[in-house]
Design a protein around this ligand. Sequence first.
Ligand code: G1P
Length: 291
Amino acid sequence: MKDKVRKAVFPAAGLGTRFLPATKALPKEMLALVDKPLIQYGVEEAIAAGCEQIIIVTGRNKAEIEDHFDISFELEQLLEKRGKTELLAMTRQISHMARIAYVRQKEAMGLGHAVLMARDLVGDEPFAVILPDDIIEAGVPCLQQMIEVFEQTQSSILATQVVDGPSISSYGVLDCVPVEGSPRVFDVKGLVEKPKPEDAPSRNAIIGRYILTPRIFDVLEKTPLGAGGELQLTDGIKGLLAHEKVYGYSFDGLRFDAGDKFGMLKATVEFALNHRELGTVFREYLKSLSL
Ligand code: G1P
């Protein structure tokens, strides 16, 4: 029987230094994109792709994430009393949307280390990793597109997008060749975390969606610390290549780096324009600006 991707891991222990001062006391995953915290977009994407269990890797000062997905008794009572039925339904839906388990990453030792913290909760099955500050707007959710490729290959799949110019150094970068007959799929030969622009093996950057086979855990255990003195997921996946095939997948969709101030602004404009209640007035407002 073929393996299914049932669990999605959300590394959410980072300090969010790129978004200070907003993230001094607020987890960056709780920053609102229009009217929803970033992490909720990712959780909704995982559920839409068929994941049944969400695993959030948190750290100190991240209690708001757990509160957000919990029942808010006082708020529900108040909304009920005031007859705000739509808001009440929406609030309730958030606390019922998924089975969520939390595990703590006690030290900021990198993305690979965060994923390793989820080992016991994931067990011996393939799983997804979603980086909550990478927001992807797509007709078919990005993770679902990737699961379709996983179902064919039963191999690890990394979301990728072309990044031009020196900002390639902010990413993990693939050394890869296209797979014949599958225009969006790449055979990964190597990976480098945050290379200097002149050392980047391609312009194919890793974006924050991964499907990984459980062998990644054994490999990560043995992976030495890499860029920034941290245990890098990219280095772990490079180690995985010695045992298994890994594919890159150039997803169909728009990606925003909402962990960055400018990226968040761009995402805000895009999501506000498409918002059910705000879209029309916001468009009118933008048109009225004499820039
Ligand atoms: C992480 C990964 C990197 C990936 C990026 C995508 O980096 O380490 O390989 O390209 O996410 O957003 P970070 O943004 O945490 O520095």
